[in-house]
Design a protein around this ligand. Structure first.
Ligand code: ADP
Ligand code: NG1
Ligand code: MG
Length: 476
């Protein structure tokens, strides 16, 4: 890991997304996409974008609180074939027929995203990316219209960030088609803001790793300002992903945004108790910085300042010396009713402890003085503690996920946790390299014994992964 602010890694992040020639494996997939594009639009695509999904190794639900996270880009991706359209429409076709054809005029992008007569349909994620890009492209460069064919193989609604791959792909292709050029970091920031148009108040981890990701190393992503530092993973460790067969669409419920709100309110309550201007505090890191304490000290602060029972809006307003109405405005609570309650202590405890686990995880990973076996054992413990905290304090796990975590431990993993936002989705397990194939086989057998749900294939439910490169543009 390098913290040199003028060093190699920061220079690379100012670089633009590479324009590459596809290798043989990618070429085969592109040919299928080209065929789909041609049969839909009767013309050839002029270029392609590829944006990977990601697995978060540790640091869950803390990016929106300002804390560093440690994800890596994975092999699975969203591929898009693109051409400029002669008229002023955006046309979207998907190789997967469950995602229906969509078309609208470029000037109606915002209206279509906001259309309340439908939920967070797939094309809206794409339009969020187009909207985000159009906000930064000079008017004279805006493309007349866009023809796109999409094909993805990231399991959707599963915590591997298919949504951000799609939004980020739309940002990248809209910028590229406009002959505009931006750094990877800028693209990541634009994509993070763009995805919020779908309704989730995400923290920016996903869009950062899909642009900054590098083959061969995980990345410590820090925020404000956004920066990524390579993390070398132990040579003897393999990270295995497994699907719980429970899916959760983040934009279709208030679960995610409620957690964001609970963290914000916890930060404001602590600030008020400690005589700091609470209106200026939005994230748990803000109050930590104002108090000048370490995250470990913040754990004690939470324990003394906040109570276990859920808070009502009335209680929070009274404590902050404001009205419910003003609080809704300042703390962005418009989507919650007066009856909503907030678990401030539990959420804040998770965040500060998880932030400390990320720092430990990265330093243990790169520590040469620890024996390899011991290193993997310590990393495994951090991952398992992260999962316990997500299950008990953050309450974002799912019975299927918990039972998969138990199965993976019983099959020989050194540590296992849910990855991504949760409420279903995938787990990530740390396994010793020489035991991977045995681990994958036994876990598949165990999953098979408990039953395979409609729409899932046993063969796809467990797969080892390694750090992959971030987004790229391809020409053939
Ligand atoms: P994730 O954890 O995968 O990011 P989200 O709930 O945030 O899950 O968003 C997933 C949504 O992204 C899907 O419901 C779908 O609308 C869209 N999506 C994912 N993959 C594809 C794809 N290959 N083609 C079209 N839309 C996709
Ligand atoms: P997923 O599960 O991939 O949708 C979400 C957020 C992240 C982060 C994680 C939890 C978005 C786009 N992504 O990921 O920012 O908060 O949950 O750590 O909102
Ligand atoms: Mg998502």
């Amino acid at each position: 890991m390098s913290h040199d602010t003028n060093g190699k890694y920061n220079m690379e992040q100012e670089e633009q997304v590479p324009i590459l020639q596809p290798d043989e494996k990618l070429f085969k997939r592109l040919n299928i996409l080209i065929e789909h594009f041609r049969s839909t639009y009767n013309v050839k695509p002029s270029f392609f974008v590829r944006v990977p999904g990601r697995v978060n190794l540790i640091g869950e639900h803390i990016d929106y609180c300002g804390y560093a996270v440690c994800p890596m880009a994975i092999e699975q991706d969203i591929l898009v074939a693109v051409a400029v359209s002669k008229d002023s429409d955006i046309r979207l076709t998907n190789v997967d027929s469950k995602y229906k054809y969509f078309q609208c005029n470029m000037k109606d992008v915002s209206v279509c995203i906001r259309d309340a007569s439908s939920g967070p349909d797939w094309y809206k994620y794409f339009l969020c990316g187009v909207k985000g890009a159009l906000e930064v492209i000079p008017e004279e460069c805006v493309p007349s219209g866009i023809l796109a064919a999409i094909w993805g193989n990231i399991p959707p609604n599963s915590g591997l960030s298919s949504s951000s791959a799609l939004v980020s792909a739309a940002v990248l292709l809209t910028i590229h088609i406009s002959q505009h050029q931006l750094s990877k970091r800028r693209l990541a920031t634009i994509s993070a803001s763009a995805e919020r148009y779908i309704g989730t108040q995400g923290g920016g981890m996903d869009q950062a790793i899909v642009f900054l990701g590098k083959a061969g190393s995980a990345m410590l992503i820090e925020f404000n300002p956004l920066r990524g530092t390579d993390v070398t993973l132990p040579e003897t460790a393999v990270f295995v992903i497994a699907h719980s067969q429970a899916c959760h669409n983040k934009a279709s419920t208030t679960d995610y945004n409620l957690r964001v709100a609970e963290c914000r309110l916890a930060a404001q309550m602590i600030a008020r108790k400690r005589n700091k201007p609470w209106e200026r505090v939005q994230r748990l890191i803000d109050v930590q910085e104002r108090l000048g304490m370490t995250v470990d000290e913040m754990v004690s602060v939470v324990t003394t300042d906040l109570h276990e029972e859920p808070y009502t809006l009335n209680e929070i307003s009274k404590n902050l010396g404001t009205t419910n109405e003003k609080l809704r405005e300042i703390s962005l609570l418009r989507s919650f009713s007066d009856a909503q309650t907030f678990k401030l202590k539990q959420r804040a405890l998770h965040v500060y402890q998880e932030a400390a686990r990320v720092v430990k995880f990265c330093s243990i990973s790169e520590e040469n003085a620890i024996m390899e076996d011991e290193k993997l054992r310590q990393l495994g413990n951090l991952m398992s503690n992260s999962h316990i905290s997500l299950r008990k304090l953050y309450e974002c796990s799912h019975p299927n996920v918990d039972s998969l975590v138990d199965k993976a431990m019983a099959c020989g993993a050194l540590g296992v946790r849910l990855t991504g936002a949760g409420w279903g989705g995938c787990i990530v397990a740390i396994v010793t390299k020489d035991k991977v194939s045995q681990f994958v086989d036994t876990l598949k057998k165990e999953i098979g014994r408990s039953g395979i749900k409609d729409g899932f294939k046993l063969g796809d439910l467990v797969f080892p992964t390694e750090p992959n490169q971030g987004a790229a543009i391809y020409i053939t």
